[in-house]
Design a protein around this ligand. Structure first.
Ligand code: FES
Length: 253
């Protein structure tokens, strides 16, 4: 992990409040692994507010072109500043950081499960898996049709299955059950409640080395210093920023 400069190549509004930011980022691109993130300084060069960097998952990578993308939803001051940055602007990024997704060499069928914007933590993994000639199914639950991630941004080889649930119910849990016999590995970027439901409902997810889960929380330093992201796991206390954000599912539910 180190600090590097990335230059914005394009900034596209893919739906209301959500932008795809394309970067020329030679260091970040060469070092990044699926599930890792970068801490982006989200203010003008001479400003210091907001003081804290914001974490963004590396959304896709084009290593030959030294380019990557970030999927940014304008939710607070930092992300709202970021989505306004024009092509040509430089970003100061610390990263890549964290323990990302692990896919064992014998995996052929990869099931990815997400809800809403956490899809941004899975897209690089999906891209990598297709490049390795794995079969990939991506299940995503959204609250409304307007929220749906554009299928055109995904490789056509990915089976993209969308469920809608505006009532807060976890339809995704039911749908996931249809794919578990097929999947050799399952990567979940869902809420902790949904993760617990999946884990308790399906024996397959309780088998060793089958399923991993993402933990998303605000990160202050992402350097293992402030300890505000400490979390109790079945193998003792862990830091989400450095030991995660991806863990074996059995460690965290
Ligand atoms: S965010 Fe500071 S130790 Fe993890």
């Amino acid at each position: 992990m180190r600090m590097s400069t990335a230059t914005i190549i394009a900034n596209t509004d893919i739906r209301a409040g959500v932008h795809l930011i394309e970067l020329h980022a030679p260091y970040l691109v060469q070092a990044a692994q699926p599930g890792q993130y970068g801490m982006v300084r989200c203010c003008d060069a001479l400003a210091s507010d907001p003081l804290l960097r914001r974490p963004f998952f590396i959304h896709t990578v084009q290593r030959a072109r030294e380019q990557c993308t970030l999927l940014v939803a304008a939710r607070g001051r930092g992300s709202s500043w970021l989505v306004k940055q024009p092509p040509g602007a430089d970003l100061d990024i610390l990263g890549p950081i964290g323990h990302g997704w692990e896919v064992r060499p014998n995996v052929r069928n990869l099931l990815l499960i997400s809800a809403g914007e956490t899809i941004g933590a899975l897209t690089f993994l999906a891209q990598w898996a297709i490049e390795q000639e794995l079969a990939v199914t991506l299940l995503v639950q959204y609250a409304t049709i307007e929220d749906i991630y554009p299928p055109a941004l995904l490789s056509p080889e990915i089976e993209y299955h969308v469920t809608l649930s505006d009532s807060g119910s976890d339809k995704i849990v039911e749908v996931a059950g249809n794919y578990l016999a097929w999947a050799d590995a399952v990567c979940c970027a869902v809420s902790h409640e949904t993760l617990e439901t999946l884990y308790s409902r399906y024996e397959r997810l309780r088998q060793k080395h089958i399923a991993q889960g993402l933990v998303v929380r605000p990160l202050v330093c992402a350097s293992g210093v402030c300890l505000t992201c400490a979390m109790e796991t079945r193998s003792g206390p862990k830091l989400i920023c450095r030991d995660g954000p991806v863990f074996e599912i059995g460690e965290i539910v």
